[in-house]
Ligand binder design. Sequence first.
Ligand code: HEC
Ligand code: HEC
Ligand code: HEC
Length: 246
Amino acid sequence: MRDIIQMIVVLAVLGAASGGGLALVKSGTAEKIEYQQLKFVKGPAILAIMEGCSNDPIVDRFKIPYGESDASHVDYGSGMSEWCANCHNGILNSEHKSGSGLFEHPAGNNAYLDSAVSRYNSYIKTGDFSGVQATAYLALVPFERGVYDPAQLNPTSTEGPDNTSRIMCLTCHRAHASAFQYAGRWDFGAELVADSHPAAGDGGVSGTDPYYSYYGRDMVSEFGASQRNLCEKCHDVPRDGYPPGW
Ligand code: HEC
Ligand code: HEC
Ligand code: HEC
């Protein structure tokens, strides 16, 4: 009988100790493993986005703002289009002729902005060409600086392009989809930004999707109701919008 009591006591002690141990391990690692909390984030752009957040994505998904602004953005150097071409080789090398559409456009390490440099730098919005190079960067229409050394990139730069700058796939497309067709940074088919998808009755988009696609910028109050399709940062935009109809 004594032996049995002794065994029960020993087992209880062992059980409590290992239970306590496990509880300690859990409470020590839950932040990292269970809540996926990120510590020691060093990227200044990421830190800027996460200001005021506890690094807990479950809680913070409602607090993290839209990522990019003209003065805080990914600063692209080179090779972005070539990366996309790992899978979309035809589009890169036959200038966007190889897909389902007929649209033709240069992109890539040789696609210099050329004649579009001065237009990009002076363009502020439809009808307003009073901009200057030092503040011309528009995060909604990014480009590559044409440099290979990351130390020459600056995510807070508001500088517009110069003659080493290039057009890339992400000048017009979002990397992770958008509210618009073909993952466009804007609605390629609408002449006016104010007339973009979704029109009344359109499906495939909900709530604040378009607002988030513009990184939380209220396009009509910032650019005006007569703002045309953002291809206009580099080109005149025809009345019927861009493809189809180009
Ligand atoms: C100047 C703006 C612009 C650039 C730069 C651009 N695209 Fe596009 N892309 C468009 C437009 C506009 C459409 C829709 C027109 C169409 O093809 O029917 C489109 C459509 C697409 C489509 C879907 C239809 C298709 O043709 O298969 C893919 C995929 C695509 N682009 C990939 C790319 C890749 C990859 C790059 C870089 C190599 C790139 N795009 C560069 C504007 C652009
Ligand atoms: C790992 C391969 C891969 C890479 C890398 C890749 N894509 Fe794609 N992409 C695909 C596939 C697959 C599809 C779907 C094709 C289909 O549905 O016919 C697609 C579709 C697209 C579409 C059409 C979306 C639509 O709504 O029709 C666009 C635009 C696009 N990609 C742009 C890009 C851009 C820009 C990059 C570089 C940032 C890129 N892709 C990198 C594989 C890739
Ligand atoms: C960042 C500047 C930039 C943006 C944004 C831009 N383009 Fe271009 N585009 C250029 C440059 C540079 C060229 C090549 C020089 C030229 O033909 O004027 C070009 C060429 C073209 C061409 C002639 C292509 C050929 O091979 O014949 C078309 C068409 C065109 N762009 C339409 C568009 C459309 C549509 C959009 C928006 C979806 C757009 N562009 C956005 C800079 C830009």
